[in-house]
Design a protein around this ligand. Structure first.
Ligand code: 2M8
Length: 450
């Protein structure tokens, strides 16, 4: 495909347009992930959106998290989708999940999905508190009070993850569906998905995503395949049959992975929340630090000699070392010894990753271009994703890798200067792909530009 760079905005123009995009996707108490393709609230999108909104209004940023936590299940689970009432353009919709009907722990209203997503919310809370420091005394007071009020829900969320998603205490979080990883069709899930086989009587429902993206062209090549989608739908069916009960799910599901990237993000979120608790005199500091230590150990135990981390198939015991972005998890959890950290940063900037000489922007691709599974346009199988870039910049800064972080930040700002805020980008042509405008892309742009 031809290079699609139409405009290059100045940084002020980019920030102004990003704020405009978020305002356009604002539905009052929540921001839709993307107006056509994702007309609801998504859990980890909401956290990134809050990180961006914190640069505009800490109050509005907190509203985003309050809406999400308002849909929390009795178990402490924070659902991956909070459905907007009356929106029918997304499948699977609330009827398909039927959470409120089959599971006593699910809220009756709002309707939600029955899955999780990476727990980056604690990172957002920390950023909001930091942003409030520079705000007026009234805004700061309001932010502190609202963080106090949501604290029990944040702690319950982390407790749910530590207890029910790591029942054996190995320091890695279990996911029941590729959707839970946020990196839906990543090649790291190809092998486990081979064992996800829909029952012969299962009738797949019509996909809505291709239709929603239709007007942009090329949708089928940029989204997961039909074969993958049937498996995604079947896993939802399996979960519904398990009544979304964690103990049953652990026995019956045909997909059960220890997700190293989600686990590393959990480490970081625990550390961030522990500093918030410390600063505001809230309960749970030791508990949060305990979780951070346990899951950091879990993440690091999967790392090879170069610090590259791996997922574990909990059904077979197989270690999955596919070269995807998830391998860089230790840059988010921290704790690598200096030699392996240096090796991992060298891998990240090498020609197998950001440093590929053909790339339009030296940014992390979702899958290594040297992997046979790499596909430059298909979703999480190759394209560059701005929120993941943001996470790596943030992780590198926390790991003391300022120079690499700075280079990524500059490259990210160049990419975002097209002002389109696409869901993901073609690594070689710089072409925008997927939905646009995508809220989390605008949000990370706002934060990086602040
Ligand atoms: C994508 O996932 C949803 C399912 O959750 C979908 O394809 O329909 C992923 O990129 C996920 O990480 C993201 O949170 C969501 C909304 O942006 O879209």
């Amino acid at each position: 495909p031809a290079r699609a760079r139409a405009t290059t905005l100045t940084r002020n123009q980019t920030a102004a347009r990003a704020a405009y995009v978020l305002a356009g996707n604002d539905r009052g108490r929540l921001t839709v992930a993307a107006p056509q393709l994702y007309p609801h609230m998504w859990s980890w999108d909401a956290a990134f959106i809050a990180i961006g909104l914190a640069r505009v209004s800490t109050g509005r940023a907190l509203t985003e998290l309050e809406t999400l936590l308002g849909a929390q299940w009795r178990t402490g689970m924070v659902p991956h989708i909070v459905f907007t009432e009356g929106e029918t353009g997304y499948e699977p919709g609330p009827q398909r999940w039927a959470c409120g009907r089959v599971c006593p722990d699910a809220p009756q209203s709002p309707a939600t999905s029955g899955l999780i997503q990476p727990p980056v919310h604690g990172v957002a809370v920390r950023r909001i508190l930091d942003a409030a420091r520079g705000a007026s005394a009234a805004e700061r007071h309001d932010a502190v009070e609202r963080i106090r009020a949501m604290w029990p829900r944040l702690l319950a969320w982390h407790r749910y993850l530590a207890d029910r998603r790591d029942p054996e205490g190995r320091g890695l979080l279990t996911i029941y569906h590729g959707w839970e990883s946020g990196l839906d069709d990543s090649p790291r899930w190809d092998a486990p998905y081979a064992d996800v086989v829909p029952a012969p009587e299962f009738v797949p429902f019509r996909r809505a995503d291709l239709h929603a993206l239709g007007a942009l062209g090329g949708a089928a090549a940029q989204r997961p395949s039909d074969a993958e989608y049937v498996k995604y739908q079947w896993l939802v069916e399996e979960l519904r049959r398990a009544r979304y009960d964690d103990a049953t799910a652990c026995r019956t599901l045909s997909f059960r992975m220890a997700d190293v990237l989600t686990s590393a993000l959990f480490v970081a979120a625990n550390e961030e929340l522990a500093t918030v608790a410390d600063e505001l005199g809230l309960p749970g500091v030791d508990e949060l630090i305990g979780y951070a230590d346990r899951f950091r150990r879990g993440v690091l135990e999967t790392a090879d000699d170069h610090g590259f981390a791996a997922d574990v198939d909990l059904r077979t015991g197989a270690v999955i070392r596919t070269p995807t972005i998830a391998g860089f998890a230790p840059l988010l959890s921290g704790g690598l010894d200096p030699a392996r950290q240096q090796a991992l940063v060298e891998t990240l900037t090498s020609a197998d990753w950001c440093g590929h000489p053909g790339f339009a922007h030296a940014l992390p691709p979702s899958t290594s271009p040297s992997s046979p599974a790499f596909d430059p346009v298909r979703y999480w199988r190759g394209p560059q994703w701005p929120p993941v870039t943001w996470l790596l910049i943030w992780g590198l800064e926390r790991s003391g890798e300022q120079e690499t972080a700075r280079a990524l930040r500059e490259a990210a700002l160049d990419q975002l200067a097209d002002g389109l805020f696409a869901e993901y980008y073609h690594p070689f042509t710089g072409e925008p792909l997927g939905a646009r405008p995508q809220s989390w892309t605008a949000a990370v742009a706002l934060d990086l530009l602040a």
